[in-house]
Design a protein around this ligand. Sequence first.
Ligand SMILES: *Cc1c(COP(=O)(O)O)cnc(C)c1O
Length: 443
Amino acid sequence: MTTLDLASRSTASVWHPCTPMKRHETQPPLALVRGSGAWLYDEAGKGYLDGLSSWWVNLFGHTNPRINAAVKAQLDTLSHVMLAGCTHAPVVELSERLSALTGHALGHCFYASDGASAVEIALKMSAHFWRNSGQPEKREFVCLAQSYHGETLGALGVTDVPVFRAAYDSLLRLAHIVASPDARQAGPGESAGDVAARALASLRDLLEAKADSLAAVIVEPLVQCAAGMAMHDAQYLAGLRRLCDQYHVHLIADEIAVGCGRTGTFFACEQAGMWPDFLCLSKGISGGYLPLSLVMSTPTVYQAFYDDSVQRAFLHSHSYTGNPLACSAALACLDIFKEDDVLNTNRVRAARLSRLLAPLAVHPLVKHFRQQGMIWAFDVAVADPAHAATFSRRFHALALARGLMLRPIGQTVYLMPPYILNDSEQNQLAEGVHSTLAAALQP
Ligand SMILES: *Cc1c(COP(=O)(O)O)cnc(C)c1O
């Protein structure tokens, strides 16, 4: 079967996510046959450097020998068992190790398979906590402008990205939306901290008026990724924690994209010196191998459900909850973090790649060149509206032609590479970005 066969058969039978399918008539999906390290290969053997970690999940490369070995060993031991009434070593060990990474501040892990489900769990758990605590009227949620928390109906209700929400608005129970601390809003002479303080003031007004009916505020710490890598000052998170404490409202940290070392620390919240009441993880936690998500919560939350009664128990389940293969991949990732001192080696890697990308900061058509840990982003000012509307697609295609997998969000180009790029791969990535941008800006 040729790649072309695979692409056309795919559009006939596979309904691709996040895609107007008719577009595949002119731009068929890229059929990939294998992956190795930071590279994906098509049937002709052409390699593509995976500059976005396969939708932000792949931390340590494709077919990583250590993760492969762990999953293969688990495959021959126990592939799956239900987590109601049963347990197994991989899920216990993963929960213990994640808890330890928070100094046991978040000592209870509840499992699911995808990010949106983790968000739903955190929302349900928060509202149920208040119900169990005799305050059932606390059941509304607050999210930030331009936040993204997933695309199931519950998660869309706390999402403010029009492209994902518009068609489904009438089906949703919408959250209160407060100002985003997106540092790009800084006016002349203003700092990111000033923008954060302003956003906190608007949240305080809402809490002051509504705290009695609010269960939780949900936030993507440090970077609102799906909005186009909107970054904010860590002071915002510290202030958010203080406000939530003051007004007795839960804080849910959605670290699905920013957790697992992506922002420079294992958890993004560490940079604000605080822990949320609920922390959602998914995406990178299994190294991009198997669907896995989880919600970590505090002993206080856990205690509110600790009872014999079914009504007080947290009632939520997914068939593949706590799947042992997925947990074994996650454990292998935690081993790699430790054995390779990943957070520190990433610092060196990030500093080098930042130097290679630095010319973008002074490019006449580039605005807001920014970086946080292993995320780089910049906004491109394309004047002609027609040209602007197709910028992302053109950039994507031009990058592929250069052996690079990149997919801008609107006019925001971003890099979210796996944590394994060597010097030569970093050079290729940076040169590829410069040359793709030059080509994409041609009228
Ligand atoms: C991707 C993402 C989700 C949703 O995760 P899925 O596994 O795609 O359902 C939720 N929140 C954030 C911040 C994300 O980046």
